[in-house]
Write a protein that binds this ligand. Structure first.
Ligand code: NAD
Length: 270
């Protein structure tokens, strides 16, 4: 497993397993299977309704806790300073272990409370209750506002990113600010699996379209969190070591940009 350095001195595995829509009843075994295959980063959230299973999967595995990196997120109905502290306590109880990274799931600009929420995350980090703090689905103006008002830069912004939504502008802003970009829905619901450059690179290198896309994320410098509940899919998504995309491959995939979201628009959602 290789790692990216965070701006607070900690490090995050570059590739992890995502738990959105993983049914609670199979979450523990999904996590335990991923850990046995070599995953060390697990992306959870209060919204996913499976934090108990996440914690259980860690306890079932024989990988020491200090080798794992667990993320969870504050959901949209828990914005505000005190409410966020309460939401954190509830996640902690469900997980049974403190997360390594706590994120604000969406900025919800219409609620106008994300700066307060960010102050609560800063407090939790100051108190040593979470090691790293970051955000998700923040646009440039949201980032600018929390950094401007608190002086604390998030370590990471988890955003929708796949070949049909490449987020070049936001990635450049992250690079300038020292924020890691983490890609959600990295496989883009399979919409690019059949696209010509992906198919051609997969055929040439003897890899699957999913592997080509995941490797593309890593070569962009992103952390990536594909979801698979099947051990075979989990293993496939982890087996990227011998795959290297050329500059021409990267340029060909860049042409797939279509400005196409699969999820909501952070400027208006929540
Ligand atoms: P994904 O891009 O990981 O795709 C998952 C789908 O692709 C599943 O149907 C899975 O069976 C299939 N798949 C996985 N590996 C495959 C392979 N090798 N070949 C073919 N198909 C394969 O989608 P996702 O779950 O939406 O996103 C990944 C993670 O990102 C989530 O689980 C969650 O942790 C996170 N996420 C975060 C947000 C956010 O707002 N912060 C939003 C959505 C997702």
């Amino acid at each position: 497993m290789t790692y990216l350095k965070l701006n607070d001195g900690n490090r995050i595995p570059r590739l992890g397993i995502g738990l959105w829509e993983v049914p609670p009843a199979i979450t523990a075994r999904t996590v335990a299977s991923a850990l046995s295959l070599g995953y060390r980063l697990i992306d959870g959230a209060a919204l996913y309704g499976n934090e108990e299973g996440l914690g259980e999967g860690i306890r079932q595995s024989d990988v020491p806790r200090d080798q794992l990196f667990v993320t969870t997120k504050i959901w949209n109905d828990r914005h505000g300073f005190d409410e966020t502290l309460r939401a954190y306590d509830e996640s902690l109880t469900r997980l049974g272990t403190p997360p390594d990274l706590l994120l604000i799931h969406w900025p919800c600009p219409a609620q106008a409370r994300y700066v307060e929420t960010w102050r609560a995350l800063i407090r939790l980090r100051e108190e040593g209750r979470v090691r790293s703090i970051g955000v998700s689905n923040f646009n440039a103006d949201h980032l600018e506002r929390i950094i401007g008002e608190t002086g604390v830069t998030p370590v990471l912004n988890q955003i929708e990113l796949h070949p049909r939504l490449q987020q070049a502008e936001l990635r450049a802003i992250h690079d300038r600010l020292g924020i890691v970009t983490q890609s959600w829905t990295p496989l883009g619901q399979g919409r690019s699996f059949e696209a010509e450059p992906i198919r051609a690179i997969a055929a040439r290198t003897g890899h699957s379209p999913a592997q080509v896309i995941l490797r593309w994320h890593l070569q962009l410098g992103c952390s990536v969190i594909p979801r698979s509940t099947r051990p075979e899919g989990q293993a496939e998504n982890l087996a990227l070591g011998d795959l290297e995309l050329t500059e021409d491959d990267m340029a060909a995939i860049a042409t797939l940009e279509a400005g196409e979201r699969t999820g909501p628009d952070p400027a208006t959602f929540g």
